[in-house]
Design a protein around this ligand. Sequence first.
Ligand code: VG1
Ligand code: CO
Length: 543
Amino acid sequence: MAVLQIATRPFADQRPGTSGLRKKVKAFQQPHYLENFVQSIFNAIPDRAGKTLVLGGDGRFYNREAIQVILRMAAGNGWGKVIVGRGGLFSTPAVSTVIRARGAHGGIILSASHNAGGPDQDFGIKYNTANGGPAPEHLTDAIWTASRSIQGYQILDGADVDIDHAATFWLGDMQIEVCDPVAEYAELMARIFDFDALKQLMQGPFRMRFDALHAITGPYAHEIFEKLLGAPAGTVVNGTPLTDFGGGHPDPNMVYAKPLADELFAENAPDFGAASDGDGDRNMILGRHFFVTPSDSLAVLAAHATAIPAYRQGLKGIARSMPTSQAADVVAEALGIAHYETPTGWKFFGNLLDAGKITFCGEESFGTGSDHIREKDGIWAVLAWLSVIAHTGQPVAEIVTRHWQRFGRHYYTRHDYENLPAEIGEQIMHSIAAQLPVLPGQTLAGREILIADDFAYADPIDGSISAHQGLRLLFADGARLIFRLSGTGTEGATLRIYHEHLEKDPLRQHQDPQRTLRDLIQVGRNLSRIETLTGRKAPTVIT
Ligand code: VG1
Ligand code: CO
């Protein structure tokens, strides 16, 4: 089969964001758009010849078409082998697992994560490296650079291949292995957790519900919770991946996973509820009549880590993204282990994990994970919570309230103002940044500001600097107020305002976060002048 050289011209908008390139499906459907970006990835990996690539996506609209193009381009670019998930499917954590298990050189994940799917919605591509983690900034920068000077791409001339049956065959000089997307991931989970203990939990009166939101975790959840652990059929709902996720946002939070939230807050609620996102790396944890914030989830799991066989020796350290609450830091200090604060995005945990500095890490955006792979992992987080429940014999609400009594409660809320005009988003950030120098020493919301800065991160392993990672106000009492623009949207700008304050008094640990944080929320609205500039009286999403 011949390799075709197709001439092309650069697109100016192929800069990867927090997690790969995300655009409307329509953008990807422009002639050469997908091919240009894939070739730019390959151009940034000069040592790819003969190596193995893992490929799959969350099943959203355009997944199957993109898989066929990428297979032909991989063959035209000298890759030795591509391992593709059957049906073109793979969750993000499963790609990370398979890259590591097979010693692959990297992987391509097709997903726009929690963004909606369908012909008028979003698509995305991200590249992961040999450690199984998201491409670090120097590589995403190299991809972006390549995309701005691209002149052509190489693609094998040929027809579509069968990706719907597990088999190994050749496409030109490249081998293709179509594999079960669940098997290797499920085996890894069985090595980390005590499946016998979890089986016992499932066979008692304990009831759980897992909402896959019509996204990629359905097949994984059916296999692991129902088949391997013996939870009753029907435990997993919305478990068949659909190209448009049933018309919803596959985003596990109280807004987009409302039916699950309603069920867990109803009178006859199950004991435990969980959901994951489009590509399976996020998680939401609910108890009966109880919501666990992702920041608390990381802290609680860290405090109970030794209940899980793989972490019985204890944790090496814990990392959290900067806007994530400081709850995990308090646990790390109590355990006498190191804690790290990184910029938003899982790629910043990679070096710390590879260097053995941390075992657990997490983000406030419903992301939790460990050193078992190099991505956040929704199903892993659910299994970790089930392990803590099985070990303590306590319901979720009791596990968390006891945690607060011991470590204090970090009241936390994030307010998102979605779909602002891009220039207004920039203007808001610039004007807050301009105020930073005069803020320290001032008292706002009855709290003195100690530090006001633009967060920059120096990676402790490779020394690389990542600047402009969010504007922070740190108050004398430990409270924090943080402003960031999202790097994952496909339309306009999304302003995220993060609010946090610590309450050590157990008698005051059971209030509504929106109430206890209202002074900080007001400060955030005033400083950003959100209402004056946009007319928005309230955020679009509160988590
Ligand atoms: C968001 C979250 C961030 C997360 C990223 C990718 O980024 O805030 O914590 O790592 O999404 O998650 P941003 O730039 O929009 O705030 V996923 O599940 O979309 O891979
Ligand atoms: Co995701």
